[in-house]
Design a protein around this ligand. Structure first.
Ligand code: DHB
Ligand code: FE
Length: 278
């Protein structure tokens, strides 16, 4: 059976891609953020996953406001990158793990998660940048399965539903008849608001409590409605739903590999976390 090695989460602010491209990792503004990836990469070198299942939110590239699935999953052999153009330069296509995609689709639909199945899917910074941060050298060495959660247009799925989706994904991976090692990734957050009267809003106490809850009590965030999460974390802070889904996908207790939290990157409270399956 396939093995889940653990989970990794990070913010996906496009400006990070620009800094990566210009080699600014050791500049004072960027160093506290980029240093958070060193222990995570060391752990990746040890566990060597074959496939990454990536929870992320599309920002109007593959899905626009006229067609907005709540949950969507890729089932393509390749995922082409296209983006707004102010982060990392366009990356070569990412390879898809189509056998795992179809296994997940069958399992998840059977478990009453009615996902949109995408045999073609463009991926934006929320997918490409974290993969580049975790594996900066050369082409991405893992096959991928993208899973999109709508955090762009209301109504959004609840925290409870996203945790349940993550758990169903974890069950499906564990039941997959394969010798592959799988890491689950969640990208977005933490607290940030890019528009409106509260632009620049950041809530450090909430972010820290949320990060800690993923170790001590993964259900904690499910007490909040989406409106409450927006109030506490900002209109784009709800991207933390990807972190919750990722935690859900790794069963039982987890071991902390590394946690990093830094304010600000652009307008965002930037967090990075990795946890190993028990
Ligand atoms: C920023 C953050 C995001 O999550 C995003 O998708 C785009 C921009 C930012 O803080 O600049
Ligand atoms: Fe975003």
């Amino acid at each position: 059976m396939a093995k889940i090695v653990g989970g990794m989460t990070t913010s996906h602010v496009p400006a990070i891609g620009g800094a990566l491209h210009k080699g600014l990792q050791n500049e004072p503004y960027w160093k506290p953020f980029f240093d958070g990836f060193l222990p995570v990469r060391q752990w990746l070198d040890e566990v060597k996953p074959d496939i990454a299942v990536v929870f992320y939110n599309d920002h109007g590239l593959n899905f626009f406001l006229d067609k907005m699935p709540t949950f969507a999953i890729g089932a393509a052999a390749q995922y082409h990158n296209a983006d707004e153009g102010w982060g990392i330069p366009t990356l070569p296509p990412f390879k898809g793990a189509t056998d795992l995609s179809w296994h997940l689709i069958n399992h998840l639909v059977e478990r009453d998660f009615d996902l949109t199945t995408c045999q073609e899917m463009l991926v934006d910074h929320a997918f490409t940048l974290p993969l580049k941060l975790f594996w900066p050298e050369g082409d991405c060495p893992v096959l991928t399965v993208p899973i999109c959660i709508n955090t762009v247009q209301f109504p959004l799925p609840s925290a409870k539903r996203c945790l349940a989706l993550g758990r169903a994904v974890g069950e499906a991976i564990a039941a997959w008849d394969s010798d592959k090692k799988v890491v689950v990734i969640g990208t977005g957050g933490l607290s940030h608001q890019l528009d409106g009267e509260r632009a620049g809003f950041i809530n450090k106490p909430f972010d820290l409590k949320f990060m800690d809850s993923l170790f001590t009590d993964p259900e904690w965030a499910t007490q909040f409605s989406i409106n409450e999460l927006v109030e506490k974390t900002g209109t784009q802070g709800v991207e933390l739903l990807m972190w919750l889904a990722t935690r859900g996908a790794v069963p039982g207790a987890v071991r902390r590999v590394h946690t990093n939290y830094h304010i600000p990157i652009s307008n965002t409270a930037a967090g990075t976390m990795a946890f190993a399956a028990a």
